[in-house]
Design a binder for this molecule. Structure first.
Ligand SMILES: Cc1cc2nc3c(=O)[nH]c(=O)nc-3n(C[C@H](O)[C@H](O)[C@H](O)COP(=O)(O)OP(=O)(O)OC[C@H]3O[C@@H](n4cnc5c(N)ncnc54)[C@H](O)[C@@H]3O)c2cc1C
Length: 544
């Protein structure tokens, strides 16, 4: 058995950051165990190929979730990345910090050192923004952020119609103000996907004190009393052990980290007993309070041809796109396609933006592994701060059996109200004159005129996940919190969780960036570095 100072479980968005930052101290020996293979395929690197890794069985976890009581009992498939870079190697690359007010709400819930002012230095530290460094933005961090060109007429129509409907054009939604329509920023560097794996972990491996084992499935954390001593893991059917002299750090993501805690006997005692596991530590909150962004697409056909990119591509055209990308890292291959979007309030009663648009300039289920592209466009309309909460529980003590997961989407009446209003307003935006030249038939006619019950019936059948599970090992100070403000698992020693599962509440936007920020901040605490001074800058939605 080999001994390390730190064992990190998972080489995803957070694990890559923690490994790289701890590895800056050459005296430390760090082991990273990743269940999946390398990210070294063109389908991961080329942004426009993003639908391909979603069906690459070697590189995904495929969780079946549900049945969802408030969605007529529907079940869904929840894909997660299982490779170097984790979900950051198959995600949509859309780069959003979240609303500053989200972090001030974390602070108000008993975590004062997680206010926006405390998080901002880490947002700046992680990013290399192509708009350049300023008081809000970072210009020299590991993670490249590219502002997308949005120069196709269909993107311009989106931006114009949004403004005609009363939403301002916001050049940088990751700075003073979030609300408005905007070109998106993306985790793309010179036409290539930028993930934590590429930006942080790969460079760290060359230093020699960070060891990465791929295709290594961690089965459980080993404990001596309340102290984590290491992990049991499996490579090619052989079970092995590794020992951690300082800490085991779980970075497996919002489904796998709570799953591993439960498999290790850390969780609700009665639930563990049902699966024949003796609770080493009775922690009722493990797997509870699970949140996710629920979203639905409002789709229209185009009234003419030539609106959407990548429709009816023949082999030669696909080869040309691939060749241009290989040679120059430019052209259609270099974009993630989500080039514009917006943040807005679903009604005047809402205090700050609660709906996000991610806009696709085509019809087709890009994020569900089906690439049937047709002329048209779709406004993916997402509820950003759902109140509905779900849970993850063990199905079996066998680490290979995936857990039972229910998200309880739209079970909260306010969630239903806000998404119904958000969808109606979306359809109003599409009626603006900016769309007159492009707008064809509505694939869901009547969203503006239908009753609430009719819109809800449609939502129940059509909402899906935006792939943002979090908060299943929540940071906090109440009895259901699983970790403290530094990611330490309560009632244990030498064990932390550092990934999307520790978010006290879901943030207003996509989760890769805030997860990276959390990892930067907690890596600093683990390394014992003094925290940077809080950066108390004003922001638009601040409560004064
Ligand atoms: C399809 C999809 C689209 C998305 N689109 C966007 C987007 O456009 N923008 C955005 O900001 N966010 C997006 N996200 C979300 C974002 O990628 C995640 O929130 C983020 O990656 C979470 O980081 P994490 O470190 O918590 O987990 P992950 O990045 O998922 O990393 C967890 C890692 O741990 C490994 N692991 C888990 N269990 C074990 C085990 N037992 N043993 C060994 N290794 C293990 C996994 O294989 C994985 O590599 C998307 C996610 C998905 C799935």
């Amino acid at each position: 058995m080999k001994r390390y100072d730190y064992i990190i479980v998972g080489a995803g968005a957070a694990g890559s950051v923690v490994a790289a930052r701890l590895g800056e101290n050459p005296a430390l020996r760090i082991l990273v165990l990743e269940a999946g293979p390398t990210d070294n395929t063109i389908f991961v690197r080329m942004p426009a190929a993003l639908s391909y890794p979603l069906t690459d069985e070697r590189r995904i976890w495929s969780f079946e979730t549900g049945p969802e009581a408030a969605l007529d009992g529907r079940s869904m498939t929840h894909v997660r990345g299982r490779m170097l870079g984790g979900s950051g190697s198959l995600n949509g690359m859309v780069y959003v910090r979240g609303n500053p007010r989200d972090f001030d709400a974390w602070a108000a819930a008993g975590l004062p050192d997680w206010s926006y002012a405390h998080c901002l230095p880490y947002f700046k530290k992680l990013e290399r923004y192509d708009g350049g460094e300023n008081e809000y933005r970072g210009g020299s961090g590991p993670m490249a952020i590219t502002t997308l060109k949005a120069d196709l007429p269909v993107f311009q129509a989106f931006l114009e119609a949004g403004q005609q409907a009363g939403h301002r054009l916001n050049p940088d939604y990751n700075a003073f103000a979030q609300e408005g329509v905007h070109p998106y920023q993306a985790n793309i560097e010179n036409g290539v996907r930028a993930s934590g794996g590429r930006a942080y972990l790969r460079p760290a491996l060359s230093r020699g004190n960070v060891e990465l084992k791929l295709d290594a499935l961690v089965r459980r954390v080993t404990l001596a009393g309340r102290r984590a001593t290491g992990v049991e893991y499996e490579v090619g059917g052989t079970v092995m052990h590794a020992e951690a002299e300082r800490e085991v750090i779980l970075c497996g993501g919002a489904f796998n980290s709570p799953h591993l805690l439960l498999l290790s006997g850390i969780g609700p005692r009665a639930e563990l007993a049902e699966r024949g596991i003796a609770a080493a530590i009775d922690l009722p909150g493990v797997g509870k309070g699970l949140q996710d962004h629920v979203a639905v697409s409002v789709r229209y056909r185009a009234r003419r041809k030539g609106v959407s990119p990548a429709v009816d591509l023949n082999l030669l055209q696909m080869a040309m796109i691939g060749a241009r990308w290989m040679l120059f890292r430019s052209g259609l291959g270099a974009t993630n396609l989500w080039e514009v979007g917006s943040f807005f309030r679903s009604s005047d009663a809402i205090e700050y933006a609660n709906i996000q648009h991610e806009f696709l300039p085509m019809l087709g289920e890009l994020m569900h592994g089906k690439v049937n592209i047709e002329e048209g466009f779709q406004y993916q309309t997402c509820l950003m701060r759902p109140r509905s909460k779900g849970a993850l529980t063990l199905r079996s003590a066998d680490p290979r059996v995936l857990p039972q997961i229910v998200l309880n989407y739209l079970s909260d009446p306010d969630d239903r109200r806000e998404l119904i209003d958000g969808v109606r307003h979306t359809d109003e935006i599409i009626q603006q004159r900016g769309w007159d030249d492009i707008r064809g038939e509505a694939l869901t006619p009547g969203l503006r005129s239908q009753t609430d019950d009719e819109v809800l019936a449609w939502l129940k059948q059509n909402v899906g996940t935006q792939y943002h599970p979090c908060s299943s090992c929540r940071m906090g100070i109440d009895d259901m919190a699983v970790v403290d403000n530094e990611g330490r698992v309560r009632e244990t020693e030498g064990l932390r969780v550092v990934d999307a599962s520790v978010m006290p509440q879901i943030t207003s936007g996509n989760l890769h960036c805030p997860t990276t920020m959390i990892a930067e901040k907690l890596a600093d605490r683990i390394a014992g570095n003094p925290p940077p001074a809080a950066l108390d800058l004003p922001y638009e939605d601040q409560v004064r």
